[in-house]
Design a protein around this ligand. Sequence first.
Ligand SMILES: C[S@@+](CC[C@H](N)C(=O)[O-])C[C@H]1O[C@@H](n2cnc3c(N)ncnc32)[C@H](O)[C@@H]1O
Ligand code: SF4
Length: 351
Amino acid sequence: MSEVSQSEIGSFNTFLSEGCKLCQKGAKMVLFVTGICPRNCFYCPVSHEKRTEVVYANERLVNSDQDIIKEARQMDALGTGITGGEPLLRPEDILHYIKLLKDEFGKEHHIHLYTSLTPDRETVGRLAEAGLDEIRFHPPADIWTNIKKSRYARSIEYAKDYALQVGVEVPAIEGIDKIAEFTRSVDCFLNLNELEFSDSNAEDMKLRGFVLENDISNAVAGSQELARKIIPVAGKMHFCSSVYKDAIQLRERLIRIARNTARDFDDITDDGTIIYGKIICENDISMQKIIECLREHEVPDDMMKSTPGGIETAWWILEDLAELVRQNAGEIFIVERYPFEKGLIVEKIPV
Ligand SMILES: C[S@@+](CC[C@H](N)C(=O)[O-])C[C@H]1O[C@@H](n2cnc3c(N)ncnc32)[C@H](O)[C@@H]1O
Ligand code: SF4
């Protein structure tokens, strides 16, 4: 057995694909291409609203190529994971997006694709030629016992012929021992996701007797243990825990966005949110008076910004000058919010 590395929050692996390494740094953009899918996995996490012909780059609804480029720039993405629904229902769109991202960000921008289909040699060749770096197959659970004789085995061989990094990615449920034997025999990596409850699958999962592991995540009890059991038979494997996915990857992505978009006076927290001071001004005259007051106290112009209805500055400047500013201001606050344009406010503390 290869050496197993573990994180303190449940993930472990003997191998990490390039796509996973970038995802762990929060440097992968998620490009969701069509919510339509011909499969019917009982554990499907795709929300009912998204099961239509939509494209999202992270949480941004995509109406044009520029939306994708903007989102990738905002988070300073080093790569993209293309997911769905079933993205290969839209092969021409996928080829277009791969070329778009490679043209814009260079060959080094790493792209991986999820699919539950079994593309033929020509399709795999076109994906590879467009620049795809990694492909992860998701065979439905009812064929796991016969996977060696399935079309997945063929598609995996095509992908290897075209020098793609190839893996199988499935949730850790009963039957993964068959998948582990298979991935070892064809020498591709195996990614196991800790099975999770979501709004879209909760009813089906409860009916099948699945229960939550604890109160702090959506993880299903027993999924992690199943994954641990197959470490000795799996070759190159990685188990991604629910907490890891939610807590660490999201936090790393927020921190990247914050570093890329924060103004000189924003403080970035360890959670990837930003903190600043906000002065509400009742009219233009009071705004002007406050700007003059800040300047008199040697606050440089790049440490304050006029916004509709107010002025934003560093939280510590606001605290220092609170008594002076208050004479002309409406309310004054310290604000913590997500680092996007119009990002959700986490907390607003009156000063
Ligand atoms: C969300 S799917 C998206 C791409 C595509 N629809 C597919 O299933 O391959 C990506 C991966 O998520 C995992 N997955 C699906 N449902 C899950 C669930 N309820 N809990 C944890 N992982 C899940 C599967 O391992 C799958 O390969
Ligand atoms: S293949 Fe993916 S999108 Fe399709 S039903 Fe299964 S989990 Fe959902």
